[in-house]
Design a protein around this ligand. Structure first.
Ligand SMILES: *Cc1c(COP(=O)(O)O)cnc(C)c1O
Length: 333
């Protein structure tokens, strides 16, 4: 539903995806986690069309729309070297006829394949920032933008993970899209990184119906999400009302945990669906833990947001090794 004063009317949007994405039943996975077969559905935002798909496509429609309205010719963004957001920023820039500069921590050669290979395919330029934390990375991106400006370019900084109130508009509309497909929605479970996806969903659906599973990208995503959701929501958003599980972080962002390895195998073997080790695998592991604890009960419409990340799976050697170790094989003769 759109209302007078709806924030989506005030902002320029550049279409990048194919909407609506499918909402698919997952009866075998549902039963495997302890729900009734008809309870669990998967929102296929991994099928968003552009550049390998994923949740960043929805956010980029708004951040890129803003950048184009401001006359930008180059997108500058940051993330981990296997960032799905950076890969989709590169793809979105190509689609809109802009250049992309991706600012990554570390040195060239440490991470390979996966998203980095696609970044190259989409024609992005990479700046390696060395061993810096998130604040240092953001500062480097600002310096890169300054240098581009001094050379006559018109850079637009796309925030870390594409997350801002502007980016979160993608999941204000995405949440409304989901509600039209699943009017009886009880809970949508999603992976939380930079927080914009959850912020938009909370604005669309209210805090009660959104369960985030923190992946450890930020020290504390709760105040960040509340801040981004506030300007978009009709009702007040209190940080204390946000539902976020923090039990799936393990050794930290990017580290493969045992429960995530099991979640990847479970989704693969029950539904033929590939989740990723950093985000969507944690979302399913958190969902399964919530069912086991009785926090999610059978008989309700539960949706797992498939937010993409398959390229990140191929860029994660531990997850690939684990999956290959599960191959049943025999030599003939
Ligand atoms: C970035 C990402 C998320 C988290 O989304 P945020 O809006 O950054 O919280 C979830 N899943 C995948 C696959 C992602 O790439």
């Amino acid at each position: 539903m759109t209302t007078v004063g709806d924030p989506v009317h005030a902002q320029p949007r550049f279409l990048l995806g194919s909407w609506p994405t499918p909402l698919e039943a997952a009866p075998r996975l549902s039963a495997a986690v302890g729900l009734a077969p008809e309870d669990l559905w998967i929102k296929r935002d991994d099928l968003g069309g552009l550049g390998g798909g994923g949740n960043k496509v929805r956010k980029l429609e708004w951040t890129l729309g803003r950048a184009l309205a401001d006359g930008a010719d180059t997108l500058v963004t940051t993330g981990a070297s296997q960032s799905n957001h950076a890969r989709l920023t590169a793809a979105a820039a190509a689609r809109a006829g802009l250049s992309a500069v991706l600012v990554f921590p570390g040195e060239p050669g440490r991470s390979r394949s996966g998203n980095l290979a696609l970044d190259g395919l989409f024609g992005a330029r990479v700046v390696w920032a060395g061993d810096v934390g998130l604040p240092g990375l953001v500062r480097t991106a600002e310096q890169v933008a300054d240098r581009l400006r001094s050379r006559g370019a018109r850079p637009a900084l796309i925030p870390f993970g594409g997350s801002s109130s502007t980016g979160a508009l993608g999941y204000l509309t995405g949440g409304r899209e989901l509600l039209a497909q699943a009017p009886g929605l009880h809970t949508v479970v999603l992976a939380v990184g930079s927080g914009g996806t959850m912020a938009g969903l909370v604005a669309a659906l209210g805090s009660d119906r959104v369960l985030g599973v923190d992946c450890g990208a930020l020290p504390d995503p709760v105040p960040v999400i509340a801040e981004m959701a506030r300007p978009l929501a009709d009702a007040p958003v209190a940080a204390a009302d946000l539902r976020i599980r923090r039990d799936q972080i393990g050794e930290g962002y990017g580290a493969l945990t045992e429960s995530v390895a099991q979640a990847l195998a479970l989704a693969g073997r029950t539904e033929g669906i590939a989740l990723d080790p950093v985000y969507t695998g944690r979302a399913l592991a958190g969902l399964a833990a919530a069912v086991a604890e009785g926090g999610i009960l059978p008989g309700r419409r539960i949706v797992l947001l498939h937010s993409g990340g398959l390229p990140g799976f191929f860029g994660h050697p531990a997850a690939v090794d684990r999956a290959e170790a599960g191959l049943e094989g025999e030599r003939w003769n």
